[in-house]
Design a protein around this ligand. Structure first.
Ligand SMILES: Cc1cc2nc3c(=O)[nH]c(=O)nc-3n(C[C@H](O)[C@H](O)[C@H](O)COP(=O)(O)O)c2cc1C
Length: 373
């Protein structure tokens, strides 16, 4: 039976366990989107803690409308790229792979240094309220439906970001097509109400996502540079959203991504075992990938010390991405191996906002400070 501590190989990268830090926004860059030294401390802490791979927080891709949060890091210019380079070097010192998550905020737009107008497939605001975890919130901003020049700008943003990520030394990128951000919005019949070639049934709604995936694959220069994608039905403000086509939507998305040459699919849900499809399907998102393709998986959603071996056995071709348990235990894989105590995440650590300064302050107050040499 496969175990989370088995070796794993992804595009020529060899790992001695299957643990991955899930992408987590920490809004701790400077106002110009440049990563800081504290962010280096944060990522290096995981690298020292026995993880095989880290996926970064969502990073914005262009200087038009892609930024979604105040103090979100970007990968749009030389100063941002050079600052990432230093962090990549720190992570690589510990034999840990580092993937940059490329995120266009779309309609989930709370702060942007370059424009006041969000763009999305259609002029549709997200449900619910903005996230106070990521800074000030004052309702959602009116959204502009993307026109042809926006499509070009978004595409150029993603391709340019791939080039800069490779220049910074990352092992790969992850296209963020989950949780209600721009690429995810294309897949959704709530956000995407277009009646041109980019909207309509799932075959049309997935087209732009597949095109971006293919363009990013083509942009990668090195043989073993990884281009993966993260998918979900749920969004950060709508945990009930379902594609109208049920599991057939996921099957079509997986097949299109296979054709685009994607290197992995990262599925995320409220719980890794949830069967989320409309129409009574008894499959998880990840089971569709496993059953209909040979694309390597990363699975995510509520994985912790109680269920990780069960998940590892169920998905032999998957790495396991872990969010909250990683925040509480930056050395989670090492603790598991040594049989040490696993801590529960205390959300006070991320209050009033999810910045690293707040986490560091909380750790000092609670005598849980973690030194990075
Ligand atoms: C503070 C915080 C920030 C997050 N930011 C991102 C993000 O930038 N990109 C993303 O894809 N998911 C993000 N997520 C979602 C996590 O990657 C993960 O899917 C979620 O926490 C569920 O996994 P878990 O049960 O292992 O925590 C974030 C989660 C948390 C707690």
């Amino acid at each position: 039976m496969s175990s989370a501590f088995d070796d794993f190989e992804l595009k020529g990268h060899k790992f001695d366990n299957r643990f991955v830090v899930a992408p987590m926004t920490r809004t701790s860059a400077d106002r110009k989107g440049k990563p800081t030294e504290l962010m280096g401390d944060y990522y290096e802490r995981f690298a020292r803690g026995g993880w095989s791979m880290i996926i970064s927080e969502g990073v914005y891709t262009d200087r038009q409308a892609s930024q979604g949060y105040i103090n979100q890091p970007g990968i749009t210019d030389a100063p941002q790229t050079d600052a990432w380079k230093e962090i990549v070097e720190r992570v690589h010192r510990h034999d840990c792979a580092f993937i940059l998550q490329l995120m266009h905020a779309g309609a989930q737009f709370q702060h942007n240094e370059y424009t006041d107008t969000p763009i999305a497939p259609s002029a549709v605001k997200p449900k619910g309220e903005p996230l106070d975890l990521y800074g000030e919130t004052d309702g959602w901003t009116d959204v502009k439906a993307m026109d042809e020049s926006d499509f070009d700008a978004v595409m150029q943003g993603f391709v340019g970001a791939v080039n800069r990520a490779e220049e910074a030394g990352f092992d790969g990128v992850e296209l963020h097509a989950a949780n209600g951000y721009l690429l995810n919005e294309f897949l959704s019949d709530y956000f995407n109400q277009r009646n041109d070639q980019w909207g309509g049934d799932i075959g049309h709604r997935l087209k732009f996502v597949a095109m971006v995936a293919k363009a990013c694959k083509d942009a990668a220069k090195s043989e073993n540079f990884i281009v993966g994608i993260r998918l979900s039905q749920i969004t950060v403000t709508d945990a009930d959203y379902q594609w109208p086509e049920g599991e057939d939507a996921m099957i079509k998305i997986v097949k299109a991504l296979k054709e685009a040459g994607i290197d992995y699919i990262h599925t995320t849900d409220t719980e890794v075992g949830r069967k989320p499809f409309k129409g009574g399907s008894n499959k998880t998102l990840a089971e569709i990938v496993q059953d209909f393709s040979d694309i390597p998986l990363i699975v995510n959603g509520g994985i912790d010390q109680r269920n990780y071996e069960h998940v590892a056995a169920h998905y032999p071709n998957a790495m396991l991405a872990i969010g909250k348990a990683a925040l509480a235990n930056p050395d989670f894989p090492q603790r598991l191996k040594a049989g040490d105590e696993i801590e529960q995440l205390e959300f006070a650590m991320l209050q009033p906002t999810a910045t690293l300064e707040n986490e560091w302050r909380w750790r000092k107050q609670h005598d849980k400070h973690i030194e990075v040499e």
